[in-house]
Design a protein around this ligand. Structure first.
Ligand code: ACO
Length: 483
């Protein structure tokens, strides 16, 4: 089978028409600057320090199941895919709603309606890596002898929420769907994969009564960078083995990272540059070589702790970051950490920004899930044929319109920020004040694992076609409706 990979994609993130009066509904955005002020964090910490602009979150009407119902239905409709033609459906998620029943089984409703119950696959879970595991499962299936000629479908769906504290501004939420098959415009260069997996307690969810993770933030940052180094080394050595030449960052047009917050992405790319310098100093530019030279004798551990190295490598790699990474940062900066969907939303940002020039190009992807599991892999792009073309995928993703449609209302207290915000954010109005966000999280804490409740009836914020939770009955069964 030739060029197995991604044929089509769609993303779901929140609706339009947020009104000041019913801000508790739908999916709303928290302006990072407003949250800084509310948390008493120093000005600029979330926006410049973490590099984030906005954060989406689910209210009581939406969850990972409703978001995945919405995005799968939308993908099938927009690319006119007959639900009977799906032979495997894999879901990646780390948001636990049920400890036994997979999210995939909820999605089966869509297929049962068309008489298709012959669909393999269940859920994959390991922090933010589950989506990549799901994607590999589908790609491997299409490449295998058990493939029956139908499409695979991958769904990444998560709602990232944190307890009060420094991790709270790094939440987010979204669902992505990807159709998998041969002759794809986005194909896998499967032989170059580099994986690194170990046992570590950097971020985990041991408290089954709470949606919040236990996080060792600093450790998670170091683990992420160590995993990146290891995966990159393995990726490079596989490339060298199969291609007979050395790999450096100049051999890929774009780098797409799992994006918990943008600052870590900036550090990650700088780290790849430093790796290239260590492996072969002549592969980096001369002035950069001189600046990095003092760090060449650091041990691995020292290099993760060195602030000087971090700053210097970011500075010398900046012009390449702007070219090779910046196009991937739009959605993660605007939505926040989408856990399993984060890396694929970053990839969707590249398609959105660059779809007309991607033919023949290579994109390197780095997927990280705490605990930890990580893989670096690469994709080769070609323009493709309608409806499975890069330009049609960009049209369906409809990123600008979806971002601009985030109709949000300014609170009077934020008025002085308006001109500044309009310059940097594709937002019409700001929807949600920190107080409301905290209130919503409190309600969700109460609802997590609860039964016998109905949700609010006001769905005016949801756009037509959006699925939402209506009630959880006395047997904990969840009921959804479609707007
Ligand atoms: N203006 C500009 N920059 C500022 C300001 C300010 N006023 N205040 C702080 N900063 C900078 C800091 O210098 C730092 O940047 P640097 O790393 O380049 O020096 C950055 O803002 C963050 O500040 P810290 O003090 O390091 O932040 P803190 O420790 O409070 O929290 C953290 C950050 C650890 C990332 C926390 O948000 C967290 O735990 N998040 C969840 C874990 C996570 O996402 N880990 C990543 C991989 S695992 C995963 O995907 C879940």
């Amino acid at each position: 089978r030739k060029d197995v990979g991604i044929l089509a994609m769609d993303i779901y993130f929140p609706p339009t028409c947020v009104q000041q009066t019913d801000m508790c509904n739908g999916y709303l955005y928290l302006l990072q600057e407003a949250l800084e002020a509310y948390d008493g964090a120093s000005k600029g910490k979330y926006t410049i320090g973490l590099g984030q602009d906005c954060m989406a979150f689910c209210t009581e009407l939406e969850d990972v199941i409703s978001m995945s119902l919405t995005v799968v239905t939308s993908l099938l409709e927009k690319y006119q895919i007959d639900p009977k033609k799906i032979g495997r459906l894999e879901v990646g998620s780390e948001t636990v709603i049920d400890k036994s029943k997979s999210i995939k089984t909820w999605l089966m409703q869509i297929f049962e309606e068309y008489g298709n119950t012959d669909v393999e696959g269940v859920d994959s879970t390991n922090a933010c890596y589950g989506g990549t595991a799901a994607l590999f499962n589908c790609v491997n299936w299409v490449e295998s002898s058990s493939w029956d000629g139908r499409y695979g479908l991958v769904v990444c769906t998560d709602s990232a929420v944190y307890a009060e504290g420094p991790a709270r501004p790094t939440g987010g939420a979204a669902a992505m769907a990807m159709l998998i098959g041969p002759n794809a415009p986005i194909s896998f260069e499967s032989k170059f994969r580099g994986t690194y997996m170990t046992h570590v307690y950097d971020f985990y969810k041991p408290n089954l009564a709470s949606e919040y993770p236990v996080v060792d933030g600093k450790l998670s940052q170091t683990c992420y960078l160590m995993a990146l180094d290891s995966c990159y080394k393995r990726f490079c050595s596989k490339y060298e083995k199969f291609e007979g030449k050395e790999f450096s960052i100049f051999d890929a047009d774009y780098f797409v990272f799992h994006s918990p917050y943008n600052k870590l992405v900036q550090k990650s790319f700088a780290r790849l540059y430093f790796n290239d310098f260590l492996r072969n100093p002549s592969s980096v530019e001369k002035d950069a070589r001189e600046k990095l030279e003092p760090f060449s004798t650091l041990t691995g551990d020292e290099s993760y702790q060195s602030r000087e190295l971090e700053k210097t490598s970011q500075q010398v790699a900046k012009h390449l970051y702007d070219k090779k990474v910046q196009p991937s940062t739009l959605l993660p900066k605007q939505i926040g950490n989408m856990y399993t969907a984060s890396i694929y939303a970053a990839f969707a940002s590249v398609l959105h920004n660059k779809h007309s020039t991607l033919g023949g190009q290579r994109i390197v992807m780095f997927s990280y899930g705490s605990g930890l599991s990580s893989t670096m892999f690469s994709l080769k792009l070609q323009d493709g044929q309608h409806p499975f073309s890069l330009s049609n995928i960009a049209t369906v993703l409809n990123v600008s319109e979806k971002l601009e449609a985030r109709h949000v209302g300014f609170d009077a207290g934020l008025m002085p920020l308006v001109p500044k915000l309009e310059a940097v954010l594709p937002l019409k109005r700001v929807a949600f004040l920190p107080e409301k966000f905290i209130e919503t999280l409190k309600l969700m804490e109460h609802r997590y694992g609860a039964k016998d409740f109905v949700t609010g009836k006001v769905t005016s914020l949801l756009s037509p076609g959006t699925f939402y939770l209506t009630k959880v009955d006395s047997m904990y069964r969840r009921h959804y409706a479609k707007k």
